[in-house]
Structures are given as C-alpha cells and as structure tokens.
Design a binder for this molecule. Structure first.
Ligand SMILES: [Zn+2]
Length: 278
C-alpha cells in the first residue's frame, strides 16, 4: 500500500482515496502545519463517521481523514483547510488547535462498559478482547479503575503511521498529539488502547517495521542530550553508546526523544541529532 499526497488529497496506489467531502471546514491551515491530532470516532465505521461529517444534523464537526478498522481511508477535508475536530483545546501555548493541526479520526468505539459480563460499546456491540486500562486523565465515567477500550487493529495503526509520515514530510508536522492531550479532562480519544509512544516512534523514527524499541545511540564517544533542537542548547547529559531512545517529535535533523533506562522505561526527555542514531 503506497500512499502519496497530490493537491492536498490523499492517494493510494495511484488513485485518490474515497472522498466524502464535509461542508464543515474553515479557512486555510498555516504552512507548515505544526501538529497532527489523533482521534477515535466512537462509531461503527469510517463511512458512518464520514457521513456524519456531511450530515445536516451535525452541529459542525469534521476531520481531514477517517481510517477504518480494516485500514481503508476516507478523506473528508483537504489537508490545506481547517477541519473542526479539536474543539476547545490548548497545546504549547496555543489554543484552538483546529487552526494548527491536521485531524485524523480512527474508527473505534473508545471506552466500553460491562453488561452481562461482556465489554460493550455505547451502542451495545460486544468487544471480545478489549484493552483493559485506566485513562491517564481519569476515565470518562469518573470511575477510578481500569475499564475496557476497543483495541486498534494493527493494520489500522500501521496505515495511520504511514499517512502520518507522509504528513510530516509534506506539511512539516512537528508533533503528534491525542485529543486527550490537547483537550485533557473532557476528551478521551485516542485513549489508552492507542500506543502513542510507539506511534510517534514509527512516524519520526522513520521505520515501517519498527517494533517499538526505538533507536540506539550509535557513536562510540556518546551523544549529547540537549534541552532543544540545536547545538546552542545546553547539554543535559552525555548518552553512552547503546542507549535506547524513542523519538517523540522532529525539528529538521533534530529529534525530541524519550531516553529509555535499562528496564526500557522512559527516564528523561531531550533533543539529539539524528545522525548518531541507528
Ligand atoms: Zn476527538
């Protein structure tokens, strides 16, 4: 599956992906577009959500793309236009992230509830093997215990990562955020079933088959971890050869990374030059 972007439309294997244009769009997005915001739909299929983005009953929400559980993709808004996916949101000192981000929706039921011993969607669909976890910002129902979440199928995750890599290259996206990052406390997508660290690593690490372990410092004398993307930023510490890092964001040749300790747990964040990673 080869994706490309031409005239702000996504193409797959040489043909435009299915287009169900939403009337709910704003003005032009700035170039570069700094952020990619990831969402789940709470819905049955990509098509049902894309049709909702076209509906007269819809109060005005939309997103650029919806990716289905089987990896099929529908485009609803051109990439150079504002879509209405983020609502009230703040990040990195900015508010109203619709004006600074491309929005991708993943077909997914999100939080589940127990009924008759089974985990079910809000519409009553049984999810046989849910991801059981507590949301990092607290669960939507206010309960402080692990609950079921619909897992994201690997093909959906991989397609999203492939498209995200293309958006980074085409629009200069610097950082990927969840709706639950930029609207923390009132939005729960993409939720705990979405492995954001792995996703960022796939996108910014640039490897299609990455298993989530990240990149390794590959220079005998070690690599400086700095506070920002450039040699003018102070050095936090020297990372010895062999240190594992997970990319979080990119600024040119500089990668914002999470440094993993010997147990593979994130221990510190900072910036490194990507020339010395493999
Ligand atoms: Zn959302």
């Amino acid at each position: 599956m080869a994706f490309a972007i031409s005239a702000n439309q996504l193409r797959r294997d040489g043909k435009p992906v299915t287009s169900l244009p939403s009337p709910y769009t704003g003005g032009a997005l700035p170039s570069p577009t700094r952020f990619l915001a990831m969402h789940f739909t709470y819905g049955a299929s990509a098509r049902s959500s894309a049709e909702w983005f076209q509906s007269k009953d819809n109060p005005g929400s939309s997103a650029h793309l919806v990716i289905d559980r089987d990896g099929s993709v529908i485009q609803c808004v051109r990439f150079d236009k504002v879509a209405w996916h983020a609502g009230k949101s703040t990040w990195r000192g900015l508010s109203g992230l619709n004006h600074h981000s491309i929005g991708i929706e993943l077909a997914n039921w999100g939080p589940l509830h127990l009924a008759g011993g089974e985990w079910k969607s809000h519409t009553g669909v049984t999810i046989a093997h849910p991801h059981i976890a507590k949301h990092k910002n607290g669960n939507p129902n206010g309960e402080n215990c692990p609950i079921g979440w619909e897992p994201y199928p690997p093909v959906q995750f991989q397609v999203a990562a492939e498209i995200a890599r293309l958006l980074v290259k085409t629009y200069g996206v610097e950082e990927i955020v969840g709706h639950d990052d930029i609207s923390a406390g009132w939005k729960w997508d993409t939720g705990p079933a979405f492995d954001m660290a792995h996703f960022r690593s796939l996108v910014f690490g640039g490897r299609a088959d990455n298993d989530g372990v990240g990149l390794t410092v590959d220079v005998a004398e070690g690599l400086n971890l700095r506070t920002g993307p450039g040699t003018t930023f102070p050095v936090l510490r020297l990372l010895p050869a062999g240190t594992l890092v997970e990319p979080i964001e990119r600024d040119g040749r500089w990668l914002g990374v999470s440094v993993l300790n010997a147990q593979g747990q994130p221990s510190q964040t900072g910036w490194v030059h990507d020339h010395y990673l493999s």
